[in-house]
Design a binder for this molecule. Structure first.
Ligand code: NAD
Length: 474
């Protein structure tokens, strides 16, 4: 598999054409009112569900070709994940999208006020390669549920999955309102020159800035789902055996290429020493003595990313792992120790300089909870922060003294699967959030509607001419 830009011509439900034509077609569908009826939204969501269930194997094969994902992982974290999001959305669509009455102050009686959720128009979803199905289609669920036309731009770095999704979506969903543009930087750049009513981008912060700048030209609102280094603090009182197993699961799922994977473990020296053999044992438990032969262990998406990751590993600091194979884009589950924290600047190891986004887990030793919090808050606000502890006081400290997209106690990744929890970052890890009702809110405008009967004409009290009697009433 190559990560070079796929130059396949953009596929569109509207029968081809470049990005500009695709967006124009989507806008025609929206302007014609195609996407607004609740019946249409439900039909599209059901069609998407059927696509995912009927073509589970085809999608799993594509995910295996791009990322070496096992069929089980593909269902749990990708196709099945979106199916659960659809089911939850269909269950609540009526209540989430129905107008909501709000109270009117006595002075404005007998007026009636309500909030009406209106679709935004044409939404652009730009997706990354690491969960190429979930991160393309979960935003699509929200955008359709809110009644929008949608243009999807899957990642060219997972080209097999991109191709399968483009083909299936144009076959199963309304071809006038749901469009897929395949391709890389040139196609995305051309798309970003168009006017959208919302842009939903998932990926790295450098491209996030490009998206934000492009959107500013049209005053288009943007959601940025970015990444960063998500820390896992292990307190001295933590249940280390279960902590090790859950850390290994959270870190090495999808070979570490997960935006909310624990990026590094931070703990006191004695706790790290006790945790180390348990982590090594948990890796063996999960993937056997040779993870390269385990069907549960994925591959690095491209040679470029494999080279980047191997360059982050200092062989003198490896606790376990470190071996790689360029031909199969394999990188062993790896644990490294980073240099002791030196002063305010923190460790200088390359592995602590950027989001790892691969199967390398650094262990950072600190004096205790205060140093850990200082270490974390001195850096960009993470997408997720994990705290392993049985202590309510430790949890409260992190809740109060740190900021992150999410805070999860004793388990990584799982908060994503709680449909009523907003999923998104803060600061450098992103802006905006989605999943469940938050998606419908994100992809719609809360329109204020107020109506006052003409008779009796109560505005007489606030209109000139003013009098002493009126002033008493006001
Ligand atoms: P990527 O390389 O697939 O890029 C993401 C999208 O941006 C692709 O569709 C790509 O075509 C487009 N793109 C790339 N360069 C562009 C350019 N110059 N102009 C316009 N568009 C361009 O994915 P990635 O960025 O490598 O993804 C990994 C990053 O995404 C990590 O930082 C990870 O943490 C983050 N991420 C965040 C979430 C989240 O939900 N918050 C989820 C997954 C990944």
């Amino acid at each position: 598999m190559s990560e070079t830009v796929s130059t396949t011509s953009p596929t569109s439900a509207a029968g081809g054409g470049g990005p500009a034509e695709v967006v124009a077609a989507a806008r025609r569908a929206f302007d014609a009112g195609v996407t607004k009826p609740r019946h249409w939204r439900e039909t599209q969501l059901r069609a998407l569900r059927a696509l995912l269930v009927d073509h589970e194997q085809e999608l799993a094969d594509a995910l295996h070709a791009d990322l070496g994902k096992s069929a089980t992982e593909a269902w749990v974290t990708e196709t099945g994940f979106v199916v659960r999001e659809i089911d939850h959305t269909l269950r609540h669509l009526r209540s989430w999208t129905s107008p909501r009455r709000v109270r009117v102050p006595l002075s404005l009686a007998p007026g009636r006020a309500k909030v009406v959720r209106e679709p935004l128009g044409v939404v652009l979803v730009i997706a990354p390669w690491n969960y190429p199905v979930q991160l393309c289609l979960a935003p699509l669920v929200g955008a359709l549920a809110a009644g929008n036309a949608v243009v999807l731009k899957p990642s060219e770095v997972a080209p097999v999955t991109s191709g399968v999704m483009a083909r299936l979506l144009s076959r199963h969903l309304d071809r006038s309102a749901v469009h897929v543009v395949e391709g890389g930087v040139p196609e995305t750049t051309e798309l970003l020159a168009q006017r959208f009513d919302h842009i939903f981008y998932t990926g790295n912060g450098a491209v996030g800035r490009i998206v934000l700048e492009a959107a500013a030209r049209h005053l288009t609102p943007v959601t940025l789902e970015l990444g960063g280094k998500s820390p896992a603090y292990v307190a001295d009182d933590a249940d280390l055996e279960v902590t090790a197993q859950r850390l290994v699961w959270g870190k090495f799922t999808n070979a570490g290429q997960t935006c909310v994977a624990p990026d590094y473990v931070i703990a006191s020296r004695p706790t790290l020493e006790a945790l180390k053999p348990l982590l090594v044992a948990a890796i063996a438990d999960s993937f056997g003595p040779d993870p390269s032969t385990s069907s549960a262990y994925g591959r690095i998406v491209s040679s470029r990313h494999l080279d980047r990751l191997t360059a982050l590993i200092d062989p003198t600091r490896v606790v376990t792992g470190g071996r790689s194979d360029a031909a199969t884009r394999y990188l062993e589950p790896t644990i490294v120790e980073v240099a002791p924290v030196a002063g305010e600047g923190g460790p200088v190891d390359a592995v602590m300089g950027e989001e790892i986004f691969g199967p390398v887990l650094p262990l950072v030793a600190v004096d205790g909870i205060d140093s850990a919090i200082d270490f974390i808050t001195a850096r960009d606000k993470p997408l997720a922060l994990y705290v392993f502890t049985g202590s309510e006081a430790v949890q409260r400290r992190f809740m109060r003294d740190t900021s992150s997209g999410a805070l999860a106690v004793n388990v990584p990744l799982a908060h994503l699967a709680v449909p009523d929890l907003p999923f998104g970052g803060v600061g450098a890890s992103g802006m905006g959030a989605y999943h469940g009702e938050r998606s419908v809110e994100l992809f719609s405008h809360a329109k204020s509607v107020f109506a006052l009967p003409t008779r009796p004409d109560t505005t007489v009290w606030v209109r000139p001419p003013f009098s002493a009697a009126k002033e008493q009433v006001i």
